[in-house]
Design a protein around this ligand. Structure first.
Ligand code: HEM
Length: 329
């Protein structure tokens, strides 16, 4: 009798705790973007990665991925793109060399119905594997060094990210960094077979053109470089092996996984972000062509929702007030 009473009490308690956990776990896109934009709103600009520069060029596929993905872009030949280099943060005039993360985003339009948007960062993994923890990480970063140290202590899944951070040496050029998909996706071949992959863009250049230290050092270096030469990256796919969890972006896959170099990304020109075409693109990582599919990685979904919310805000500001972002780079 006593046992039955205890069981009756425990079951509803467990249920309501689970319900509570689910409620707390849910971070909305609005909450993310509120936190990322902070107190000072830069009207008309992206709420994250606000400082950047548009680039254009083409991807030349060598055809080696065509057996694994039916996406048109992987057939041999060239596909033009609009892209954007950026630094992390909400401030469109932040000093380039202080940013902890650098980024490359790309938009391919293969035909009227086939588009692909990609947004990559310099770390190969995230520090955490779910949106709620990512939100708490952002809160800790805002709170200061003690909070972030405590955060990492409480999150052992950050080990691979911290190992990368410890060995990472920022370079003096956007053109000499490696950019990673971090989240995994599926390649889908003609027969419908799916394989989990991550990808990276690996630089051909290894030296900066200038060694400037000023606020816009990375942006100026890129402009000077593009006046002299095309910037080339190898696009490299890494296939998941047995035991690799494609839904966990915080876990590094072992080095011995199969890698395929699928072609060259050739960047030939730049435009200011206020007038270049990249400004009106939302680099939502869930805009995918036939032949590429998303994994169930929950961070991927959170990204898509947050990018839409950020886009909604900046587009509205530009429409209604002319938005500062319409005038400044
Ligand atoms: C839950 C996790 C994340 C959230 C909430 C988030 C949020 C955002 C937001 C709000 C923007 C601005 C979008 C716009 O206005 O166009 C943005 C930009 C960006 N994010 Fe994330 N992000 C997350 C994770 C990631 C990860 C894992 C990567 C790298 C793989 C990444 C790479 C980028 C890049 C490259 C941009 C700039 C794209 C551009 O040039 O327009 N983000 N992010």
């Amino acid at each position: 009798m006593k046992k039955r009473l205890i069981a009756m009490l425990i079951v509803p308690l467990t249920v309501s705790l689970t319900a509570l956990a689910q409620k707390v776990d849910k971070v909305t896109a609005q909450q993310f973007v509120d936190l990322q934009q902070g107190e000072r709103v830069y009207a008309g600009f992206r709420r994250a990665h606000a400082k950047g520069i548009c680039v254009t060029g083409e991807f030349v596929s060598n055809g080696r991925l065509a057996a694994f993905s039916r996406a048109t872009i992987f057939k041999p030949g060239a596909t033009p793109f609009t892209g954007r280099f950026s630094i992390a943060g909400n401030n469109p005039t932040a000093p380039d060399l202080k940013a902890p993360v650098r980024s490359l985003a790309l938009s391919f339009v293969s035909s009227a119905s086939q588009q692909w948007r990609l947004a990559m960062n310099t770390p190969p993994v995230t520090a955490v594997s779910d949106p709620h923890s990512f939100y708490q990480q952002l809160q800790a970063l805002k709170a200061g060094p003690e909070a972030i140290t405590a955060f990492f202590r409480a999150h052992p899944e950050s080990a691979d990210f911290l190992a990368w951070k410890a060995r990472y040496q920022p370079t003096a050029s956007f053109a000499t960094e490696q950019y990673h998909s971090i989240n995994a996706f599926y390649l889908v071949d003609e027969s419908g077979q799916r394989r989990a992959v991550r990808w990276s863009f690996e630089p051909r250049a290894n030296k900066p053109v200038t060694q400037a230290q000023h606020k816009d050092a990375l942006h100026d270096e890129l402009q000077q470089r593009l006046a002299q030469q095309t910037v080339v990256f190898d696009w490299v796919f890494t296939f998941a092996g047995a035991g690799d969890d494609e839904n966990n972006p915080a876990k590094q896959w072992p080095d011995n996984r199969q890698r395929v170099v699928v072609g060259e990304l050739e960047i030939s020109a730049w435009q200011p972000q206020s007038s270049g075409h990249c400004h009106v693109i939302n680099f939502d990582p869930l805009v995918l062509p036939d032949g590429i599919e998303p994994t169930r990685d929950p961070i991927l979904r959170a990204r898509s929702a947050a990018y839409a919310e950020s886009y909604r805000r900046r587009a509205w500001e530009r429409l209604t007030a002319g938005g500062e972002g319409a005038k400044n780079d």
